[in-house]
Design a binder for this molecule. Structure first.
Ligand SMILES: Nc1ncnc2c1ncn2[C@@H]1O[C@H](COP(=O)(O)OP(=O)(O)OP(=O)(O)O)[C@@H](O)[C@H]1O
Ligand SMILES: CC(C)(CO)[C@@H](O)C(=O)NCCC(=O)O
Length: 401
């Protein structure tokens, strides 16, 4: 008997659904933002040879998304509507109410565990935030093509990461607050410093000072502003000349926001874009300087900056890079990561290994990925093209080891 049009469409939809299955949702619930990573696999391709004696057994996409933590209900709704929570690990011997376990890191994994259980019926398995940041950074640096780059004087340059000469490095994660971690290997690290003057400070102070309604608006404002209107420069103090004896150009900032004391002006008298620019410069400079001082103390030459404060913003990266270059006299290098804000969630994603895969070998060329319980001994590598936007994804292939 011939099929009706409705039956054909339904069969096609069902086929499409089975072609793209979600697996392994992981969350990083931070002070400002919730980051999500999940994998959707295509059943279509298996057992292809990539020409390097590695067998492609699975293909799919690694998806990224973010939400403001204060809008956690929107995030929960997103997860529910896409049925992402069903991509956790199923515990067969648990009671019906405790069947699915989803990995989460960040302070919100503690704060919101009950809410997530109540709304989605899943158990939040907490993973340590620093462990996840480091696991995520190591994965990105080792497995994702063109992940790290330098940015100076408007020039972006991808860095070739030699995975045999990656450690030690300093990881500076600029979230709401800032963590500085000396990384010596897979799972080998120490949080050596931190500062509460971070992304939350920029967004919090910026919102109060400029009345911006969103972080993106504040960033955009800073793009148009001129910090010299509010910052007191060396030249303002020295009558327009450099203080060469101690190596300070007349254009160097002597005191951030310093002009605001002498100008006898009120906040309203300044353009919001100039305020935003000075604030961004202040925060970025300060973080760059603290990072450099820590790198100096521990003899580290490479500093990777991550966290959503950066947002791939040219002026932020330029300020940090120039600062690190200036203070280290060119000895240390500031580098940035394309997936800057997703380190923690990627680390949580990879911690599914503990449930479904053998332990990771510490010196693999390509990071092994926990795509499904049946894939022990397989590796994943991700070609990456184009810039990362909200809700972007990476095409991934899982290869047999
Ligand atoms: N759309 C956005 N809304 C709010 N903040 C944003 C946005 N985009 C970037 N940011 C910046 O990113 C920061 C948060 O970065 P990130 O998500 O890496 O940290 P977090 O995990 O929330 O913080 P923490 O690790 O300290 O708990 C914010 O404080 C803000 O400066
Ligand atoms: C408290 C965390 C780790 C939460 O992500 C982060 O916001 C942070 O590193 N804050 C800086 C705290 C400090 O070291 O002063």
């Amino acid at each position: 008997m011939e099929k009706t049009e409705g039956e054909i469409i339904r069969a096609k939809l069902e086929a499409d659904q089975s072609q793209s299955q979600i697996s392994h949702l992981a969350l990083d619930i931070g002070g400002s933002l919730i980051k999500l990573v999940y994998f959707s696999k295509n059943n279509g391709c298996s057992d292809d040879d990539d020409g390097n004696n590695k067998h492609l057994v699975l293909q799919g996409r690694l998806h990224f998304a973010k939400f403001e933590t204060c809008k956690i209900n929107d995030c929960i709704e997103f997860i529910r509507s896409k049925k992402l929570h069903l991509g956790g690990v199923r515990l067969h011997d648990a009671p019906a109410s405790d069947k699915i376990l989803v990995k989460a890191t960040g302070g919100g994994a503690y704060k919101f565990a009950d809410l997530v259980k109540e709304k989605l019926g899943i158990i939040v398995e907490k993973e340590d935030e620093m462990d996840c940041l480091v696991a995520g950074a190591n994965f990105l640096l080792k497995a994702v093509h063109q992940e790290a780059f330098t940015y100076m004087d408007g020039q972006k340059e991808f860095v070739h990461v030699d995975i045999n000469d990656l450690y030690p490095y300093l990881l500076v994660n600029i979230g709401s607050g800032v963590s500085m971690i000396k990384v010596d290997g897979d799972g080998k690290f120490e949080r050596i410093s931190g500062t509460s003057v971070g992304g939350g400070t920029f967004w919090g102070l910026g919102r109060l000072l400029t009345k911006c309604k969103s972080f993106d608006e504040l960033l955009e404002l800073s793009h148009q502003g001129n910090n010299r209107v509010i910052d007191m420069l060396v030249g303002d103090i020295y009558g327009g000349v450099d203080y060469s004896k101690i190596g300070l150009l007349s254009t160097a900032i002597a005191s951030s926001f310093g002009k605001a004391i002498s100008d006898n002006k009120e906040l309203e008298d300044y353009k919001t874009e100039d305020v935003a620019r000075s604030l961004l410069r202040l925060i970025s400079n300060n973080i760059g300087q603290i990072a450099y001082l820590n790198a100096l103390q521990f003899g580290l030459k490479r500093i990777f900056f991550a966290g959503f404060f950066i947002r791939g913003h040219a002026y932020t990266m330029d300020t940090i890079s120039v600062g690190v270059h200036f203070w280290s006299k060119g000895e240390a290098k500031a580098m940035f990561l394309r997936h800057e804000g997703f380190l923690g969630s990627l680390g949580a994603f990879m911690s599914y290994d503990k449930h479904s895969l053998d332990d990771l070998s510490t010196h693999q060329l390509v990071q092994r990925f926990p795509v499904s319980g049946t894939n022990a001994g397989e590796k994943i590598c991700c070609p990456l093209v184009g810039d990362l936007d909200d809700n972007d994804s990476i095409e991934c292939g899982v290869y047999a080891a």
